[in-house]
Design a protein around this ligand. Structure first.
Ligand code: MSP
Length: 510
Protein backbone atom coordinates (compact mmCIF):
# COMPACT_ATOMS: atom_id res chain seq x y z
CA UNK A 1 0.00 0.00 0.00
CA UNK A 2 1.22 3.43 -0.87
CA UNK A 3 0.47 5.19 2.41
CA UNK A 4 2.82 7.19 4.56
CA UNK A 5 2.31 8.25 8.15
CA UNK A 6 4.72 10.90 9.42
CA UNK A 7 4.75 12.35 12.93
CA UNK A 8 6.49 15.12 14.83
CA UNK A 9 6.90 14.73 18.57
CA UNK A 10 4.09 16.51 20.37
CA UNK A 11 5.42 19.67 21.98
CA UNK A 12 5.29 20.47 25.68
CA UNK A 13 3.20 23.56 26.28
CA UNK A 14 5.07 24.79 29.34
CA UNK A 15 6.87 27.25 27.12
CA UNK A 16 6.60 29.08 23.79
CA UNK A 17 7.90 27.46 20.59
CA UNK A 18 11.53 27.99 19.58
CA UNK A 19 13.75 27.15 16.65
CA UNK A 20 14.28 23.54 17.85
CA UNK A 21 10.55 22.85 17.64
CA UNK A 22 10.34 24.55 14.26
CA UNK A 23 13.16 22.33 13.02
CA UNK A 24 11.42 19.02 13.78
CA UNK A 25 8.18 20.27 12.29
CA UNK A 26 9.76 21.61 9.10
CA UNK A 27 11.66 18.37 8.59
CA UNK A 28 8.43 16.37 8.85
CA UNK A 29 6.65 18.78 6.55
CA UNK A 30 9.34 18.45 3.88
CA UNK A 31 9.12 14.68 4.11
CA UNK A 32 5.32 14.74 3.95
CA UNK A 33 5.37 16.98 0.88
CA UNK A 34 7.99 14.80 -0.77
CA UNK A 35 5.85 11.70 -0.34
CA UNK A 36 2.77 13.49 -1.62
CA UNK A 37 4.70 14.51 -4.72
CA UNK A 38 5.48 10.84 -5.18
CA UNK A 39 1.77 10.10 -5.17
CA UNK A 40 1.67 8.62 -1.72
CA UNK A 41 -1.35 9.11 0.51
CA UNK A 42 0.19 10.96 3.44
CA UNK A 43 -1.03 11.50 6.97
CA UNK A 44 1.13 14.06 8.70
CA UNK A 45 0.53 14.62 12.39
CA UNK A 46 1.74 17.18 14.89
CA UNK A 47 0.35 18.48 18.16
CA UNK A 48 0.87 19.38 21.79
CA UNK A 49 1.73 17.39 24.91
CA UNK A 50 -0.27 19.02 27.68
CA UNK A 51 -0.10 16.86 30.79
CA UNK A 52 2.50 16.17 33.44
CA UNK A 53 4.19 17.72 36.38
CA UNK A 54 6.27 20.13 34.32
CA UNK A 55 3.15 21.75 32.92
CA UNK A 56 1.27 21.70 36.20
CA UNK A 57 4.20 23.50 37.82
CA UNK A 58 4.41 26.06 35.01
CA UNK A 59 0.78 27.01 35.57
CA UNK A 60 1.15 27.13 39.34
CA UNK A 61 3.89 29.70 38.99
CA UNK A 62 1.56 31.85 36.92
CA UNK A 63 -1.38 31.25 39.19
CA UNK A 64 -3.78 30.46 36.35
CA UNK A 65 -6.22 27.69 35.68
CA UNK A 66 -4.32 24.79 34.13
CA UNK A 67 -6.77 24.06 31.32
CA UNK A 68 -6.94 27.69 30.16
CA UNK A 69 -3.15 27.88 30.37
CA UNK A 70 -2.67 24.85 28.11
CA UNK A 71 -5.40 26.08 25.75
CA UNK A 72 -3.49 29.31 25.25
CA UNK A 73 -0.08 27.75 25.02
CA UNK A 74 -1.25 25.13 22.53
CA UNK A 75 -2.48 27.98 20.32
CA UNK A 76 1.11 29.22 20.00
CA UNK A 77 2.06 25.90 18.44
CA UNK A 78 -1.03 25.81 16.24
CA UNK A 79 -0.17 29.29 15.00
CA UNK A 80 3.42 28.32 14.42
CA UNK A 81 2.25 25.43 12.25
CA UNK A 82 0.39 27.94 10.10
CA UNK A 83 3.30 30.37 10.01
CA UNK A 84 5.67 27.63 8.95
CA UNK A 85 3.24 26.54 6.21
CA UNK A 86 3.03 23.03 7.61
CA UNK A 87 0.80 20.69 5.65
CA UNK A 88 -0.22 18.65 8.69
CA UNK A 89 -3.44 16.66 8.35
CA UNK A 90 -4.29 16.89 12.02
CA UNK A 91 -3.17 18.68 15.17
CA UNK A 92 -3.58 16.56 18.26
CA UNK A 93 -3.98 17.79 21.83
CA UNK A 94 -3.50 15.37 24.70
CA UNK A 95 -6.17 17.09 26.79
CA UNK A 96 -8.86 16.17 24.26
CA UNK A 97 -11.56 13.65 25.18
CA UNK A 98 -10.69 11.52 22.19
CA UNK A 99 -7.12 11.16 23.43
CA UNK A 100 -8.19 10.37 26.97
CA UNK A 101 -10.31 7.52 25.70
CA UNK A 102 -7.49 6.22 23.57
CA UNK A 103 -4.95 6.27 26.42
CA UNK A 104 -7.33 4.52 28.80
CA UNK A 105 -8.10 1.86 26.20
CA UNK A 106 -4.40 1.35 25.58
CA UNK A 107 -3.91 1.00 29.34
CA UNK A 108 -6.72 -1.52 29.59
CA UNK A 109 -5.25 -3.52 26.75
CA UNK A 110 -1.96 -3.74 28.67
CA UNK A 111 -3.84 -4.84 31.77
CA UNK A 112 -5.75 -7.43 29.76
CA UNK A 113 -2.44 -8.75 28.39
CA UNK A 114 -1.05 -9.00 31.92
CA UNK A 115 1.61 -6.36 31.35
CA UNK A 116 0.96 -4.12 34.35
CA UNK A 117 1.35 -4.61 38.10
CA UNK A 118 1.10 -2.39 41.16
CA UNK A 119 4.16 -1.69 43.30
CA UNK A 120 6.05 1.20 44.82
CA UNK A 121 8.47 3.42 42.94
CA UNK A 122 11.50 4.81 44.65
CA UNK A 123 14.16 6.49 42.57
CA UNK A 124 15.17 9.65 40.75
CA UNK A 125 12.87 11.75 38.60
CA UNK A 126 13.63 14.76 36.43
CA UNK A 127 10.69 17.09 36.00
CA UNK A 128 12.30 18.91 33.09
CA UNK A 129 12.82 15.64 31.19
CA UNK A 130 9.68 14.02 32.66
CA UNK A 131 11.88 10.93 33.01
CA UNK A 132 12.91 8.39 35.62
CA UNK A 133 16.60 7.72 36.07
CA UNK A 134 18.34 4.87 37.81
CA UNK A 135 21.03 5.44 40.41
CA UNK A 136 23.88 4.55 38.04
CA UNK A 137 22.71 7.14 35.49
CA UNK A 138 23.04 10.06 37.89
CA UNK A 139 26.17 12.13 37.35
CA UNK A 140 27.17 14.60 40.08
CA UNK A 141 23.62 14.67 41.37
CA UNK A 142 22.13 15.42 37.95
CA UNK A 143 20.39 13.54 35.13
CA UNK A 144 22.55 12.61 32.12
CA UNK A 145 20.84 15.51 30.30
CA UNK A 146 22.11 17.92 32.97
CA UNK A 147 18.61 18.39 34.43
CA UNK A 148 17.95 18.49 38.16
CA UNK A 149 16.50 15.33 39.69
CA UNK A 150 14.44 14.71 42.78
CA UNK A 151 13.97 11.61 44.87
CA UNK A 152 10.52 10.10 44.46
CA UNK A 153 8.83 7.43 46.54
CA UNK A 154 5.25 6.65 45.70
CA UNK A 155 2.79 3.95 44.87
CA UNK A 156 2.97 3.24 41.16
CA UNK A 157 1.86 0.88 38.43
CA UNK A 158 4.68 -0.73 36.49
CA UNK A 159 4.92 -1.92 32.90
CA UNK A 160 6.83 -5.20 32.49
CA UNK A 161 9.43 -3.63 30.26
CA UNK A 162 12.19 -6.03 31.35
CA UNK A 163 10.35 -8.98 29.87
CA UNK A 164 10.56 -7.42 26.38
CA UNK A 165 14.33 -7.14 26.30
CA UNK A 166 14.97 -10.13 24.03
CA UNK A 167 12.07 -9.35 21.73
CA UNK A 168 13.39 -5.83 21.31
CA UNK A 169 16.92 -7.01 20.55
CA UNK A 170 15.57 -9.50 18.05
CA UNK A 171 13.44 -6.83 16.41
CA UNK A 172 16.45 -4.49 16.14
CA UNK A 173 18.45 -7.27 14.53
CA UNK A 174 15.74 -7.97 11.99
CA UNK A 175 15.29 -4.27 11.25
CA UNK A 176 18.77 -2.82 10.93
CA UNK A 177 17.38 0.49 9.63
CA UNK A 178 14.80 0.93 12.37
CA UNK A 179 16.67 3.85 13.94
CA UNK A 180 18.74 6.40 12.07
CA UNK A 181 21.46 7.54 12.32
CA UNK A 182 23.28 4.25 12.87
CA UNK A 183 25.41 5.63 15.70
CA UNK A 184 22.28 6.46 17.68
CA UNK A 185 20.82 3.02 16.94
CA UNK A 186 23.96 1.46 18.43
CA UNK A 187 23.45 3.50 21.60
CA UNK A 188 19.88 2.25 21.82
CA UNK A 189 20.94 -1.37 21.33
CA UNK A 190 23.65 -1.21 23.96
CA UNK A 191 21.25 0.42 26.41
CA UNK A 192 18.86 -2.49 25.99
CA UNK A 193 21.68 -5.03 26.13
CA UNK A 194 22.69 -3.69 29.52
CA UNK A 195 19.32 -4.81 30.82
CA UNK A 196 15.96 -3.08 31.15
CA UNK A 197 14.10 -2.44 34.37
CA UNK A 198 10.33 -2.37 34.58
CA UNK A 199 8.95 1.09 33.92
CA UNK A 200 6.91 3.11 36.38
CA UNK A 201 3.86 4.22 34.40
CA UNK A 202 1.63 6.01 36.87
CA UNK A 203 2.05 8.89 39.32
CA UNK A 204 0.19 9.68 42.51
CA UNK A 205 1.83 12.88 43.74
CA UNK A 206 -0.09 15.21 41.38
CA UNK A 207 -3.23 15.03 39.31
CA UNK A 208 -2.65 16.83 35.98
CA UNK A 209 -2.95 13.81 33.74
CA UNK A 210 -5.27 11.13 32.46
CA UNK A 211 -6.77 8.99 35.22
CA UNK A 212 -5.65 5.40 35.35
CA UNK A 213 -8.81 3.32 34.85
CA UNK A 214 -10.15 1.89 38.11
CA UNK A 215 -7.25 3.13 40.24
CA UNK A 216 -8.07 6.19 42.26
CA UNK A 217 -5.29 8.70 42.75
CA UNK A 218 -3.15 7.43 39.87
CA UNK A 219 -2.60 9.43 36.69
CA UNK A 220 -0.95 7.89 33.64
CA UNK A 221 2.78 8.71 33.33
CA UNK A 222 3.02 11.55 30.82
CA UNK A 223 5.22 9.63 28.38
CA UNK A 224 2.72 6.77 28.06
CA UNK A 225 0.04 9.39 27.55
CA UNK A 226 2.17 11.24 24.99
CA UNK A 227 3.33 8.26 22.92
CA UNK A 228 -0.22 7.04 22.54
CA UNK A 229 -1.04 10.22 20.60
CA UNK A 230 0.32 8.53 17.48
CA UNK A 231 -2.51 5.99 17.76
CA UNK A 232 -5.21 8.39 18.92
CA UNK A 233 -4.94 10.39 15.73
CA UNK A 234 -5.76 7.23 13.78
CA UNK A 235 -8.91 6.65 15.85
CA UNK A 236 -7.46 4.03 18.23
CA UNK A 237 -9.00 1.94 19.83
CA UNK A 238 -11.13 1.55 16.71
CA UNK A 239 -8.91 -0.83 14.78
CA UNK A 240 -11.51 -0.96 12.01
CA UNK A 241 -11.23 2.75 11.35
CA UNK A 242 -9.95 3.58 7.87
CA UNK A 243 -7.34 5.87 9.32
CA UNK A 244 -5.92 3.13 11.49
CA UNK A 245 -6.09 0.55 8.71
CA UNK A 246 -4.49 2.87 6.18
CA UNK A 247 -1.77 4.45 8.23
CA UNK A 248 -0.66 2.22 11.09
CA UNK A 249 2.17 1.35 11.56
CA UNK A 250 3.78 4.77 11.24
CA UNK A 251 6.30 5.20 8.47
CA UNK A 252 8.41 7.81 10.24
CA UNK A 253 8.50 9.06 13.79
CA UNK A 254 10.88 12.01 13.63
CA UNK A 255 12.29 13.00 17.01
CA UNK A 256 15.17 14.86 18.62
CA UNK A 257 18.02 12.77 19.98
CA UNK A 258 16.99 13.59 23.55
CA UNK A 259 13.77 11.62 23.25
CA UNK A 260 15.02 8.66 21.28
CA UNK A 261 14.95 6.25 24.23
CA UNK A 262 11.20 6.75 24.59
CA UNK A 263 10.56 6.13 20.91
CA UNK A 264 13.03 3.38 20.14
CA UNK A 265 12.74 1.35 23.36
CA UNK A 266 9.61 2.09 25.41
CA UNK A 267 7.27 2.64 22.49
CA UNK A 268 8.08 -0.57 20.58
CA UNK A 269 7.95 -2.56 23.83
CA UNK A 270 4.57 -1.06 24.71
CA UNK A 271 3.24 -1.77 21.24
CA UNK A 272 4.42 -5.37 21.33
CA UNK A 273 2.82 -5.73 24.74
CA UNK A 274 -0.44 -4.38 23.35
CA UNK A 275 -0.18 -6.68 20.34
CA UNK A 276 0.15 -3.87 17.79
CA UNK A 277 2.57 -3.56 14.86
CA UNK A 278 5.71 -1.43 15.34
CA UNK A 279 6.64 1.77 13.49
CA UNK A 280 8.95 1.41 10.51
CA UNK A 281 11.46 4.20 11.05
CA UNK A 282 12.55 6.31 13.96
CA UNK A 283 14.77 9.16 12.86
CA UNK A 284 16.68 11.09 15.49
CA UNK A 285 17.93 14.56 14.65
CA UNK A 286 20.56 16.60 16.44
CA UNK A 287 20.24 19.72 18.53
CA UNK A 288 20.65 23.38 17.61
CA UNK A 289 22.75 25.75 19.61
CA UNK A 290 22.43 29.47 19.02
CA UNK A 291 25.61 31.39 18.19
CA UNK A 292 27.41 28.39 19.75
CA UNK A 293 25.49 28.53 23.04
CA UNK A 294 22.82 26.20 24.39
CA UNK A 295 19.44 27.87 23.97
CA UNK A 296 18.07 28.91 27.32
CA UNK A 297 15.73 31.43 28.83
CA UNK A 298 18.26 32.53 31.42
CA UNK A 299 20.87 33.27 28.72
CA UNK A 300 18.12 35.06 26.81
CA UNK A 301 19.11 33.54 23.45
CA UNK A 302 15.93 31.61 22.65
CA UNK A 303 15.22 32.08 18.94
CA UNK A 304 11.58 32.77 18.09
CA UNK A 305 10.95 31.13 14.71
CA UNK A 306 8.19 33.64 13.92
CA UNK A 307 10.65 36.49 14.17
CA UNK A 308 13.15 34.82 11.84
CA UNK A 309 10.41 34.11 9.33
CA UNK A 310 9.24 37.73 9.40
CA UNK A 311 12.70 39.08 8.97
CA UNK A 312 14.36 36.67 6.54
CA UNK A 313 11.45 34.90 4.84
CA UNK A 314 9.78 31.56 5.42
CA UNK A 315 11.32 29.52 2.63
CA UNK A 316 14.72 30.99 3.42
CA UNK A 317 14.34 29.78 7.01
CA UNK A 318 13.07 26.33 6.02
CA UNK A 319 15.88 25.98 3.49
CA UNK A 320 18.54 27.05 5.96
CA UNK A 321 17.49 24.61 8.68
CA UNK A 322 17.45 21.60 6.40
CA UNK A 323 20.48 22.59 4.36
CA UNK A 324 22.89 23.76 7.04
CA UNK A 325 23.53 20.51 8.92
CA UNK A 326 23.26 16.86 7.98
CA UNK A 327 20.10 15.56 9.66
CA UNK A 328 21.23 13.70 12.74
CA UNK A 329 24.12 16.06 13.52
CA UNK A 330 24.01 18.99 15.92
CA UNK A 331 24.02 22.42 14.34
CA UNK A 332 24.61 26.02 15.20
CA UNK A 333 22.04 28.67 14.38
CA UNK A 334 23.78 31.93 13.64
CA UNK A 335 22.55 34.93 11.67
CA UNK A 336 25.84 35.07 9.80
CA UNK A 337 25.45 31.53 8.46
CA UNK A 338 21.75 32.07 7.74
CA UNK A 339 22.53 35.19 5.69
CA UNK A 340 25.42 33.58 3.95
CA UNK A 341 23.32 30.58 2.85
CA UNK A 342 20.53 32.86 1.67
CA UNK A 343 22.89 35.05 -0.31
CA UNK A 344 25.04 32.40 -1.91
CA UNK A 345 22.67 29.52 -2.55
CA UNK A 346 19.30 31.21 -2.87
CA UNK A 347 19.91 34.79 -4.08
CA UNK A 348 23.07 34.34 -6.19
CA UNK A 349 22.51 30.85 -7.43
CA UNK A 350 18.87 29.75 -7.64
CA UNK A 351 17.22 33.19 -7.54
CA UNK A 352 19.59 34.55 -10.12
CA UNK A 353 18.95 31.62 -12.46
CA UNK A 354 15.21 32.17 -12.33
CA UNK A 355 15.48 35.94 -12.66
CA UNK A 356 17.75 35.96 -15.62
CA UNK A 357 15.90 33.30 -17.57
CA UNK A 358 12.54 34.95 -16.94
CA UNK A 359 13.80 38.41 -17.81
CA UNK A 360 15.55 37.27 -20.99
CA UNK A 361 12.42 35.41 -22.09
CA UNK A 362 10.32 38.48 -21.34
CA UNK A 363 12.67 40.85 -23.10
CA UNK A 364 13.50 38.84 -26.20
CA UNK A 365 10.61 36.45 -26.70
CA UNK A 366 7.69 38.52 -25.40
CA UNK A 367 7.55 36.23 -22.39
CA UNK A 368 6.38 33.28 -24.48
CA UNK A 369 7.70 29.84 -23.55
CA UNK A 370 9.22 28.83 -26.89
CA UNK A 371 8.80 25.57 -28.69
CA UNK A 372 12.26 24.36 -29.67
CA UNK A 373 14.24 21.26 -30.42
CA UNK A 374 16.76 19.92 -28.03
CA UNK A 375 20.32 19.51 -29.29
CA UNK A 376 23.40 17.90 -27.87
CA UNK A 377 24.22 20.48 -25.19
CA UNK A 378 20.70 20.44 -23.83
CA UNK A 379 20.57 16.67 -23.93
CA UNK A 380 23.75 16.56 -21.88
CA UNK A 381 22.33 18.93 -19.32
CA UNK A 382 19.15 16.90 -18.97
CA UNK A 383 20.88 13.52 -18.72
CA UNK A 384 23.30 14.78 -16.08
CA UNK A 385 20.31 15.98 -14.15
CA UNK A 386 18.59 12.58 -14.44
CA UNK A 387 21.36 10.96 -12.49
CA UNK A 388 21.32 13.60 -9.78
CA UNK A 389 17.57 13.20 -9.42
CA UNK A 390 17.86 9.53 -8.63
CA UNK A 391 20.31 10.44 -5.85
CA UNK A 392 17.85 13.03 -4.61
CA UNK A 393 15.12 10.41 -4.35
CA UNK A 394 17.31 8.16 -2.26
CA UNK A 395 18.47 11.01 -0.03
CA UNK A 396 14.89 12.02 0.68
CA UNK A 397 13.79 8.49 1.50
CA UNK A 398 16.74 8.25 3.87
CA UNK A 399 15.77 11.59 5.40
CA UNK A 400 19.05 13.19 4.34
CA UNK A 401 17.72 16.64 3.58
CA UNK A 402 21.00 18.48 3.29
CA UNK A 403 22.29 16.02 0.69
CA UNK A 404 19.01 16.13 -1.22
CA UNK A 405 19.22 19.93 -1.32
CA UNK A 406 22.84 19.79 -2.32
CA UNK A 407 21.91 17.68 -5.31
CA UNK A 408 19.29 20.19 -6.42
CA UNK A 409 21.86 22.96 -6.05
CA UNK A 410 24.15 20.96 -8.34
CA UNK A 411 21.47 21.09 -11.01
CA UNK A 412 21.08 24.82 -10.44
CA UNK A 413 24.76 25.35 -10.91
CA UNK A 414 25.03 23.20 -14.03
CA UNK A 415 22.12 25.13 -15.53
CA UNK A 416 23.77 28.43 -14.70
CA UNK A 417 26.96 27.14 -16.35
CA UNK A 418 25.03 26.05 -19.43
CA UNK A 419 23.60 29.55 -19.77
CA UNK A 420 27.02 31.16 -19.28
CA UNK A 421 28.40 28.94 -22.05
CA UNK A 422 25.52 29.46 -24.46
CA UNK A 423 25.46 33.26 -23.93
CA UNK A 424 21.80 33.80 -24.83
CA UNK A 425 22.26 37.60 -24.51
CA UNK A 426 24.74 37.43 -27.41
CA UNK A 427 22.37 35.21 -29.41
CA UNK A 428 19.68 37.85 -28.93
CA UNK A 429 21.97 40.62 -30.07
CA UNK A 430 23.03 38.66 -33.14
CA UNK A 431 19.40 37.91 -34.00
CA UNK A 432 19.86 34.11 -33.74
CA UNK A 433 16.28 33.56 -32.71
CA UNK A 434 16.15 29.80 -33.12
CA UNK A 435 19.25 29.27 -30.97
CA UNK A 436 17.98 31.70 -28.40
CA UNK A 437 14.64 29.88 -28.24
CA UNK A 438 16.38 26.59 -27.72
CA UNK A 439 18.47 27.93 -24.82
CA UNK A 440 15.45 29.55 -23.15
CA UNK A 441 13.32 26.45 -23.65
CA UNK A 442 15.97 24.23 -22.03
CA UNK A 443 16.59 26.69 -19.21
CA UNK A 444 12.89 27.00 -18.41
CA UNK A 445 12.64 23.23 -18.47
CA UNK A 446 15.42 23.02 -15.92
CA UNK A 447 13.78 25.66 -13.76
CA UNK A 448 10.61 23.61 -13.85
CA UNK A 449 12.42 20.49 -12.66
CA UNK A 450 14.43 22.37 -10.03
CA UNK A 451 11.27 23.98 -8.63
CA UNK A 452 9.58 20.61 -8.24
CA UNK A 453 12.62 19.24 -6.48
CA UNK A 454 12.80 22.24 -4.17
CA UNK A 455 9.07 22.13 -3.48
CA UNK A 456 9.11 19.92 -0.35
CA UNK A 457 11.47 22.35 1.37
CA UNK A 458 10.40 25.66 -0.21
CA UNK A 459 6.75 25.16 -1.13
CA UNK A 460 5.84 28.85 -1.47
CA UNK A 461 8.63 29.88 -3.77
CA UNK A 462 8.41 26.73 -5.84
CA UNK A 463 4.66 27.11 -6.29
CA UNK A 464 5.13 30.71 -7.39
CA UNK A 465 7.67 29.75 -10.03
CA UNK A 466 5.65 26.79 -11.24
CA UNK A 467 2.53 28.86 -11.45
CA UNK A 468 4.41 31.50 -13.48
CA UNK A 469 5.27 28.61 -15.80
CA UNK A 470 1.56 27.74 -16.00
CA UNK A 471 1.85 24.67 -13.80
CA UNK A 472 -0.31 24.12 -10.74
CA UNK A 473 0.95 22.03 -7.92
CA UNK A 474 -2.18 22.48 -5.82
CA UNK A 475 -3.31 18.90 -5.68
CA UNK A 476 0.22 18.01 -4.60
CA UNK A 477 -0.48 14.48 -5.68
CA UNK A 478 1.40 12.44 -8.24
CA UNK A 479 3.52 15.32 -9.42
CA UNK A 480 6.51 13.11 -9.94
CA UNK A 481 5.26 10.82 -12.67
CA UNK A 482 8.05 8.50 -13.56
CA UNK A 483 10.25 9.70 -10.82
CA UNK A 484 10.10 13.46 -11.21
CA UNK A 485 8.05 14.65 -14.15
CA UNK A 486 5.07 16.93 -13.83
CA UNK A 487 3.21 17.46 -17.09
CA UNK A 488 5.73 19.03 -19.40
CA UNK A 489 6.35 22.69 -19.86
CA UNK A 490 3.45 24.45 -21.51
CA UNK A 491 5.02 25.79 -24.71
CA UNK A 492 3.61 28.80 -26.56
CA UNK A 493 2.06 30.18 -23.39
CA UNK A 494 3.05 33.39 -21.67
CA UNK A 495 5.10 33.42 -18.50
CA UNK A 496 3.36 34.82 -15.47
CA UNK A 497 4.70 37.66 -13.35
CA UNK A 498 7.35 36.75 -10.85
CA UNK A 499 8.73 39.18 -8.32
CA UNK A 500 12.15 38.94 -6.74
CA UNK A 501 12.09 35.63 -4.86
CA UNK A 502 15.17 35.76 -2.72
CA UNK A 503 16.40 39.31 -2.15
CA UNK A 504 20.03 39.53 -1.15
CA UNK A 505 20.58 40.46 2.48
CA UNK A 506 23.24 43.09 3.03
CA UNK A 507 24.19 43.01 6.61
CA UNK A 508 23.23 41.73 10.02
CA UNK A 509 20.89 44.11 11.75
CA UNK A 510 20.05 43.79 15.40
N1 MSP B 1 6.60 16.26 24.74
C1 MSP B 1 7.79 15.58 24.43
C2 MSP B 1 7.64 14.73 23.20
C3 MSP B 1 6.56 13.70 23.26
S1 MSP B 1 6.41 12.83 21.75
C4 MSP B 1 5.41 11.54 22.04
C5 MSP B 1 8.91 16.59 24.20
N2 MSP B 1 8.53 17.83 23.92
S2 MSP B 1 9.55 19.07 23.72
O1 MSP B 1 8.70 20.18 23.43
O2 MSP B 1 10.41 19.19 24.83
O3 MSP B 1 10.46 18.72 22.52
C6 MSP B 1 9.92 18.46 21.27
C7 MSP B 1 10.99 18.29 20.22
O4 MSP B 1 11.75 19.49 20.08
C8 MSP B 1 11.97 17.17 20.55
O5 MSP B 1 12.14 16.36 19.40
C9 MSP B 1 13.25 17.90 20.85
O6 MSP B 1 14.36 17.15 20.48
C10 MSP B 1 13.11 19.13 19.97
N3 MSP B 1 13.99 20.20 20.44
C11 MSP B 1 13.88 20.92 21.59
N4 MSP B 1 14.97 21.74 21.67
C12 MSP B 1 15.77 21.56 20.60
C13 MSP B 1 16.94 22.18 20.09
N5 MSP B 1 17.58 23.11 20.75
N6 MSP B 1 17.39 21.78 18.88
C14 MSP B 1 16.72 20.85 18.13
N7 MSP B 1 15.61 20.27 18.56
C15 MSP B 1 15.22 20.46 19.85
O7 MSP B 1 10.07 16.21 24.27
Amino acid sequence: MNNTYITTPIYYVNDVPHVGHAYTSIACDALARFYRLKGSDVFFLTGTDEHGLKIQQATKKKNVDTQSFVDNMSLNFQNLSKNLNLSNNDFIRTTSQKHKKSVQSFWNKLVENNQIYLDKYSGWYSIRDEAFYSEDEIIDGKAPSGSDVEWVEESSYFFKLSSWENNLLEFYKENPDFVKPKSRFNEVISFVEQGLKDLSISRTSFDWGIDVPDAEGHVVYVWIDALTNYLTALDYPDLESNKYKNFWPASYHIVGKDILRFHAIYWPALLMAAGLPLPKNIIAHGWWTVEKEKMSKSVGNVVDPNEIVNKYGLDQFRFFLLREVPFGNDGDFSKTSLISRINSELANSFGNLVNRVFSMTNKNLNGIIPEADILENEQKLISACDEIISDYMVFFKNVEFSRALESVLEIVSSTNKYIDNMKPWALAKEGKKEDLERVMRASLEMIRIISILFYPVMPDSSSKILSALGITINSEKSCFTGEYQIDSLKVNTKLGELGLLFPKIDKIEG
